[in-house]
Write a protein that binds this ligand. Structure first.
Ligand SMILES: *[C@@H]1O[C@H](CO)[C@@H](O)[C@H](O)[C@H]1NC(C)=O
Ligand SMILES: *[C@@H]1O[C@H](CO)[C@@H](O)[C@H](O)[C@H]1NC(C)=O
Length: 327
């Protein structure tokens, strides 16, 4: 005997409320002029239940705007406490042709180094995985594009990956030299000459660590993970900054990075950290939209209180509406 339709409806919505269900994305093919697939573009992102919907949208936007989508290899870093097989199954179901790996990141490797920041979401251990990519990814991956999960690309990621890093830099990212750099560190930091001297011989500018092109070979040679950890250890003893994983990156790299055109990080669309006000685009062209800040487009869309620019994220949302059956 078949169960009545109403019962099926109730059951399927119960399933949807415990695990998110995603639609399958179309398959995207390489253009004829693509180089052989062994010249890969490597992309690293974190993956967890909270930001899964954002990650799925980001992946879709990347393959959709790529001329050579089959040359992209995704490296997903997930917390060792999350269900990797479920995440793997979710990615595979929506992107059956995606070339990807999942790597567990041990929360305990960084938990002892995290001091609380002004925004608790920034204290999640997985947020610090970007400092450990050189050790997590296989040694034959020499260069990676690191991306946050709250962004979409509207341009070919190969152009971002091809950013020249040069001989002197380890990573490339869009720099913002108009931002008041003083703000990112505490008066304790600036009033201590041995600390503030860190920036004395460089033109340090703010950069956002949500979009970076990293030369992993140079990172490994210079053991930059240890240099970042040393600042985090100092932060535990004396409060030298307020935010989470960003300031140690600034301490080690600000003023020493290769530039990336600002079109590759139209950041801040999540609004400010305190009131979550809507933000507008910065002037100039757009290749990447980044909902950094407190508000996330999927949360605001669900609450039916979206910011105007959230409409640009919505077309990449793969979440199945709750009323759709799993066919
Ligand atoms: C992980 O998810 C799978 C479903 O894909 C489930 O069968 C399994 O029990 C889950 N494991 C844990 C530890 O929750
Ligand atoms: C930068 O911010 C600090 C304190 O946050 C302030 O004292 C300083 O005047 C600011 N500098 C500029 C150039 O706005």
């Amino acid at each position: 005997m078949k169960p009545p339709l109403l019962l099926l409806l109730i059951l399927s919505s119960a399933v949807a409320s415990t695990a998110q269900q995603f639609k399958e994305a179309p398959k995207f093919y390489n253009a004829a002029e693509c180089p052989p697939t062994d010249t890969a573009v490597h992309v690293a992102m974190t993956l967890d239940a909270t930001y899964l919907r954002g990650s799925m949208a980001a992946v879709l936007s990347i393959v959709q705007h790529s001329s050579c989508p089959q040359n992209i290899i995704f490296h997903f870093i997930t917390s060792s406490s999350s269900n990797a097989s479920l995440l793997r199954a979710t990615i595979s179901a929506s992107f059956p042709y995606l070339n990807f790996q999942i790597y567990p990141f041990s929360d305990s490797s960084v938990a002892g180094l995290i001091s609380t920041s002004i925004r608790s979401a920034l204290d999640c251990p997985l947020n610090y995985a970007r400092s450990y990519l050189a050790g997590i990814l296989p040694p034959d991956v020499g260069k990676v594009v690191y991306l946050d999960s709250d962004l979409i690309l509207v341009d070919d990621i190969a152009n971002l990956a091809a950013t020249p890093i040069g001989n002197d830099a380890v990573l490339a990212a869009p720099e913002y030299c108009n931002a008041n750099f003083t703000f990112y560190f505490t008066p304790t930091f600036w009033s201590n000459p041995s600390l503030s001297l860190t920036f004395s011989d460089r033109k340090a500018c703010y950069f956002n660590t949500g979009v970076m092109v990293i030369d992993l070979n140079k990172w490994r040679d210079g053991d930059y993970t240890t240099k970042i950890e040393e600042w985090m250890e100092l932060q535990k003893r004396m409060r030298i900054y307020e935010l989470g994983s960003l300031p140690p990156f600034l301490l080690v790299f600000a003023g020493k990075i290769a530039p990336v055109d600002h079109r590759w990080n139209q950041h801040g669309l999540g609004g400010d950290n305190f009131r979550g006000l809507c933000r507008d685009l910065h002037p100039g062209p757009v290749s990447l939209l980044h909902w950094s800040g407190k508000g996330k487009p999927w949360v605001r869309l669900d609450a039916e209180r979206p910011c105007p620019l959230d409409a640009l994220w919505a077309p990449y949302d793969l979440l199945k509406p709750p009323f759709l059956f799993d066919s």
